[in-house]
Ligand binder design. Structure first.
Ligand code: C2E
Ligand code: CA
Ligand code: CA
Length: 821
């Protein structure tokens, strides 16, 4: 081993020369920079790849030498600040490393020494790339995907023609540059240090997966691209190959597909519905052919502006429609839904229901709204028809009771707010309507009602409401009147209109009306209370039969309340067995013995005591309670009489009279009831006598004769009550199967004082006898009456002279006193 020893041929070597020699021997450049970063000297190999030429650059700022290699500049600045730094750059096909060392001076770093060396050999893989170049190049040039190779510094190493086409750069413009130049701003900053971090930690880069990110073209446009990155390890170095695909078209196609899928779904919803698709960004709407056809329009009649829609929507509905759209776009409704009227091509108004849903981007901003439009005109019409039918009378087409009450309710609400908003309700009933119905038939009756409705309607002042309340009752709501007098004048005018003749089926028919009026007051709680009072007033007018028009007043009201009270009492009485029977004896004039009783109803009121029938028979007839009442009286009376017959040995000889009202006679159950009562009590049918009044008999003689005939067939006796008070004549009496005639008390009373009446009674009794009828004189109060009647050969007498109607036990005492018979 040869050693150089100290002193052997030692010559002085200039250190600078020696340095130059060392530097020259190695592929290194030694570079000294001053404190401003300017090149003071450069010795050794030139590195033209980064602009470092050792013979030409003295005095120039280093940054301008290696312009574009930011990493070098950054490392140099670090060294100028006192920190040694190393930077590696790829330039051309070479990898260069620069180490910057600060040299401390008085005021900080005075110089920086940079050693730049070629470290390409370290990147063995890269050295090999050229070896495979031809093979690879063939692939790279022909594939349609962009292929970009970057090294671990993030610098682009290779850029194939497809990539050039995608990004719009020539490869020479990008090779050696940082890859993030191909990314739009947000991605670029995110990419900073990305590869380095990946290499250090193994996370953060989508190696082996495919992902969609945005790319930036040379012309500045951003486009969607799909990138898959694979890592290539060569020795201890890595580089990355990205396969880049421009997916702009695919994205478009996807969006279009989504759109058409949604549209298809909408279409499937109903082939009958029109479709619309609103591009909110461009503010255009696609209207389907069906959408246009629904309005009677051709394809070309309607463009794609939203105004095509809005301008056709009914003025009154447009604001609500827009509000519905807004509500959905702002996310306040889950789906868009709006009902509106729209004008068709020929001006007709159609009812439509639009439904839709907005499509939103990632930020939730709606960019599109699509949906359907359904024609609901028929459905709406049907609904309206239903509502109309529910509120109108089918025969006359007038509002019905329900609608009248609704309007009345509104008028009541108004008068409660403002007492000056006066109004009145009139209820009008036709006279003799039943006569028309019965004599000319129901069709004629219907026609008359319709004709009356038309006439009233024509004469009605605007703003008033005419309604049919049922049967031949009409209601008239008279509004906006200054005083009650105005309402009366108006009603009188309508009343007059009714009395003009109607022509029905070729003949003139006269009718007239009876009217009850009630004035609106804030004290009414509900509309039907007012209707009730008006109807009550009208029925009073009818019953009294004198006036044609009457105004409801307090007295009528208290009467009505009384009637209601009576009805309640009566119902309770029937339920609680408080309806009792009094018995008034009917005496055989010849013997002075009790031949039978008239059963007379009484109400045993818990507060008022015994209530006479004058106070409740009328109400019982009006409410129908007369039917259970009659049954009660008849069954009690028959049971009682049968019992008395047995007890006093009067079998077959004691008779009981029961009164029938008109309602009882027309009641279908009368016959069965009578039959049942007789069977249950065991009373011989001929000992039951029913009494009907003369006036009742004359209301419908045919019907009454039939009913009485049936009762008669049971063996029941028939008496004509109150004879002489009606208008019947003896000739009529023949039609009825009567047994007994009861002369009304008014004749008996006058019989003594007025000779003429005595004569009349004589004739009645005589004629009754010639018809084979027994005679009972009612209201016999004195011995003189008894004597007179005996002279006239009257068979029986009933009256206070013998006894008033008596409770059962007192009547029984009478039977007891007179002894068995
Ligand atoms: P009515 O059938 O004419 O009954 C006779 C009425 O005359 C009874 O009145 C009786 O108390 C009264 N009266 C009898 N004798 C005299 C007399 O000498 N002088 C005077 N001033 N009056 C006498 P009441 O019991 O008050 O009955 C009144 C009316 O009530 C009856 O008249 C009858 O029309 C009706 N009524 C009573 N009970 C019933 C019933 O159960 N069913 C039906 N439908 N009506 C009844
Ligand atoms: Ca009677
Ligand atoms: Ca009578």
């Amino acid at each position: 081993m040869k050693k150089v020893r100290k002193g052997d041929k030692m010559e002085l070597i200039d250190p600078r020369q020696m340095l130059t020699a060392v530097v020259d021997a190695a592929p290194v450049c030694l570079c000294v920079l001053d404190s401003q970063g300017r090149v003071v000297m450069a010795e050794g190999s030139s590195f033209p790849e980064i602009g470092l030429l050792t013979d030409a650059i003295t005095g120039t700022p280093a940054e301008t030498v290696w312009d574009g290699y930011d990493t070098l500049t950054r490392a140099m600045r670090g060294a100028l600040d006192g920190d040694p730094a190393t930077a590696t750059v790829v330039a051309g096909d070479r990898a260069l490393e620069a180490r910057f060392l600060p040299v401390a001076g008085d005021g900080g770093t005075s110089h920086v020494v940079a050693v730049v060396s070629d470290v390409t050999a370290r990147y063995a893989g890269m050295v090999q790339i050229p070896a495979r170049e031809e093979f690879l190049q063939g692939i790279l040039d022909t594939v349609v995907d962009g292929i970009i190779t970057i090294d671990e510094l993030g610098l682009i190493r290779d850029f194939n023609p497809a990539a050039a086409e995608i990004f719009g750069y020539h490869p020479s413009e990008v090779v050696g540059k940082r890859v993030d130049m191909l990314m739009p701003e947000p991605h670029r900053s995110a990419h900073d240090g990305y590869i380095q971090r990946y290499i250090e930690t193994g996370v953060g880069m989508a190696v082996g997966t495919r992902r969609e990110i945005s790319g930036l073209r040379k012309d500045g446009t951003v486009f969607p691209m799909e990138v898959s990155i694979s890592e290539l390890k060569v020795g201890e170095h890595r580089h990355f190959t990205g396969i880049v695909r421009d997916i702009t078209e695919r994205k478009e196609a996807e969006r279009a597909l989504r759109a058409s899928e949604e549209r298809y779904a909408l279409a499937a919803r109903g082939a009958n519905d029109g479709l619309w698709d609103w591009d909110l960004d461009r503010n255009t709407i696609y209207f389907s052919q069906r959408w246009k056809a629904m309005l009677g329009c051709e394809e070309h009649d309607i463009g794609n502006s939203p105004d095509e829609w809005l301008d056709r929507i009914h003025q009154e509905d447009v604001a609500r429609f827009c509000a519905d759209v807004e509500a959905h776009l702002q996310g306040r409704t889950a789906t868009f839904k709006s009902e509106y009227r729209i004008r068709g091509r020929s001006g007709e108004i159609l009812r439509m229901l639009a439904r839709g849903v907005a499509v939103r981007d990632e930020q939730g901003r709606p960019y599109r709204m699509a949906g359907s439009q359904a024609d609901i005109t028929d459905q709406k019409r049907a609904e309206e028809r239903l509502i109309h039918d529910a509120l109108h009378d089918a025969l006359t087409g007038l509002p019905n009771r329900t609608l009248l009450c609704e309007r009345l309710g509104q008028a009541l609400a108004r008068i409660r707010r403002n007492p000056d908003q006066k109004f009145a309700l009139a209820v009008l009933n036709l006279d003799r309507f039943r006569v028309v119905n019965e004599s000319l038939g129901h069709n004629a009756g219907d026609d008359l009602l319709a004709a009356v409705a038309r006439r009233l309607e024509n004469r009605l002042r605007p703003g008033h409401t005419l309604a049919r309340l049922g049967a031949d009752n009409f209601g008239i709501l008279v509004e906006d009147i200054a005083s009650p007098k105005d309402a009366r004048t108006e009603v009188e005018r309508l009343n007059k209109a009714i009395s003009e003749p109607f022509t029905m089926h070729g003949r003139e028919v006269f009718t007239s009306s009876r009217i009850g009026i009630v004035f609106g007051t804030p004290t009414y709680n509900a509309a039907d209370e007012m209707v009730r009072d008006a109807e009550l007033t009208m029925s009073r007018v009818k019953r009294d039969g004198i006036a044609r028009i009457r105004v409801f007043d307090k007295k009528l009201h208290s009467e009505a309340v009384g009637i209601m009270q009576t009805e309640t009492d009566l119902r309770k009485a029937i339920e609680q067995q408080r309806l009792i029977v009094y018995y008034q004896p009917i005496v055989a004039l010849a013997t002075g013995r009790v031949a039978g009783f008239e059963a007379l109803a009484r109400l045993d009121h818990p507060q008022r005591g015994i209530v006479p029938p004058s106070e409740f028979i009328g109400v019982a007839e009006e409410t129908g309670l007369i039917v259970p009442l009659c049954q009660k009286v008849m069954s009690d009376a028959c049971a009682q009489t049968a019992e008395w017959q047995r007890r006093f040995g009067l079998e077959g000889r004691l008779t009981v009279s029961v009164n029938l009202s008109a309602r009882n006679v027309v009641d279908d159950g009368l016959f069965a009831m009578t039959e049942g009562v007789l069977a249950e009590s065991g009373l011989t049918p001929k000992n039951l006598r029913v009494e009907i009044t003369e006036s009742l008999m004359m209301t419908n003689p045919g019907l009454i004769a039939r009913v009485l005939g049936r009762l008669k067939s049971l063996g029941v006796g028939l008496a004509l009550d109150d004879f002489g008070t009606g208008y019947s004549s003896f000739s009529h009496l023949r039609r009825f199967p009567l047994d007994t005639l009861k002369i009304d008390r008014s004749f008996v009373i006058r019989m003594i004082s007025e000779a003429r009446d005595q004569e009349l009674v004589r004739i009645i009794i005589m004629l009754a006898h010639t018809l084979g009828l027994d005679v009972i004189a009612e209201g016999v109060e004195t011995a003189a009456h008894v004597e007179g009647l005996l002279n006239l050969r009257c068979e029986y007498a009933q009256g206070f002279h013998y006894a008033a109607p008596l409770p059962a036990d007192e009547a029984e005492d009478m039977l007891l006193r007179q002894g068995a018979g």
